[in-house]
Design a protein. Structure first.
Length: 366
């Protein structure tokens, strides 16, 4: 048996709410974290059909990508369609949780899934976020260094790209004098003590800082632990918006459009002038990604596809890349599958379903 909070906790480790954009409202929408989870329904959007599906299947948690609440509400009245939906969810004891731009901003999230669907290789974030990591520097008696490093790795430090357990150690001499009231691990009071120590340096995402500092104190033998937490200017290729990667082999622009039309089931694709060069390096962003056209250009992408582009956006590439709008729902549709498989892998004890409803509000007449 698992509580709804256990499911949400796992999702928040995977796509920390801290990585959401400033304008966003990812996270809890309504519900009871302490309730036992009877099942999960995943969807891109909360609609009446999605909610009814959860009620009919006796599922009490809906995880959506798009937050149904964006602006603060001042009143709860049935006349407003969103409020109506939320009141119905509350009356039916259904919890709702939104995992939006924080899932856009991790490479294993929305955009990594899109890249996988079209078979991109060497995938990294198109526009890395700043200040996502810090460095921990600490000093420990040499005989405790291995055990301490293991504890820090287990708390989430030392992972860079496809490498884990990354650290640097150097040795030197630490000094200290224990004063009245101290209970030193080694040495005598009121006398300077010298100890051969290992200096350990490792980086960590800021989302795990409190767990890491806790693990440091728990695994370190000293009563008072010396450590530094340092800001870093480095950017990391896993945290940020969009994605860029390479097709296994180049293909003509027209063939590329045909392929993405097929993969995403787009009724029509709006695109800039077809470029004469073959397409191999591809940038992408699920949902509204007009703000990343410059990133696609500076990453030397041959094509950039996203959604919600305006008329003037199509002038911007000026023949330097193929720009395509494949539709918002179409670009992000696999997010429901991604959420379903992540939750099901971690919680095999209840049903995790993807909604059977197509929630795309846009229709095409042609
Ligand atoms: Zn979206």
């Amino acid at each position: 048996m698992s509580s709804i909070q256990a499911v949400i906790g796992k999702l928040e480790q995977w796509a920390p709410p801290r990585w959401q954009e400033g304008y966003d409202n990812s996270g809890w929408v309504c519900g009871d974290p302490s309730a036992e989870c009877t099942g999960v329904l995943t969807a891109l959007d909360l609609t009446g059909t999605v909610l009814q599906e959860a009620i009919d299947k006796q599922i009490n948690l809906i995880v959506v990508h798009h937050p149904p609440l964006f602006k603060p509400l001042k009143r709860l009245i049935e006349a407003d369609p969103i409020t109506q939906l939320l009141l119905k969810a509350i009356r039916s004891h259904i919890s709702i949780y939104a995992i939006h731009t924080n899932l856009d901003n991790v490479i294993w999230g929305v955009n990594g899934e899109i890249a996988k669907r079209i078979g991109l290789l060497n995938v990294k974030v198109l526009s890395p976020l700043n200040h996502t990591h810090r460095k921990l520097v600490t000093f420990v008696p040499q005989e405790h260094a291995t055990r301490l490093k293991e504890a820090l790795f287990a708390a989430g430090a030392g992972t860079i790209g496809n490498y884990s357990e990354c650290s640097f150690s150097s040795t030197g001499t630490g000094t200290f004098k224990a004063l009245e009231g101290a209970n030193p691990y080694v040495g005598q009071k009121d006398k300077q003590h010298q100890e051969r120590e290992e200096k350990i340096e490792l980086i960590f995402p800021i989302t795990v800082q409190s767990e890491l500092v806790h693990a440091l104190h728990a695994a370190h033998p000293y009563e008072t632990v010396a450590y530094d937490l340092l800001p870093l200017e480095n950017q990391f290729s896993e945290i940020g918006a969009g994605a860029v990667g390479d097709l296994p082999s180049p293909m003509p622009a027209q063939d590329f459009l045909l392929q993405i039309k097929k993969v995403f089931g787009s009724t029509c694709i709006r695109h800039s002038h077809l470029t004469p060069n073959p397409i191999q390096r591809v940038a992408l962003c699920g949902g509204s990604g007009k703000s990343l056209i410059d990133n696609a250009l500076s990453n030397k992408a041959d094509a950039y596809f996203t959604a919600d582009l305006g008329y003037h956006d199509f002038f911007k590439p000026d023949g330097r890349l193929l720009l395509a709008d494949i539709g918002h729902y179409e670009s992000e549709q696999f997010t429901s599958d991604l959420l379903q498989s992540f939750i099901q892998q971690n919680f095999p004890n209840f049903a995790v379903l993807k909604t059977g409803a197509n929630t795309n509000p846009v229709h095409y007449f042609f």
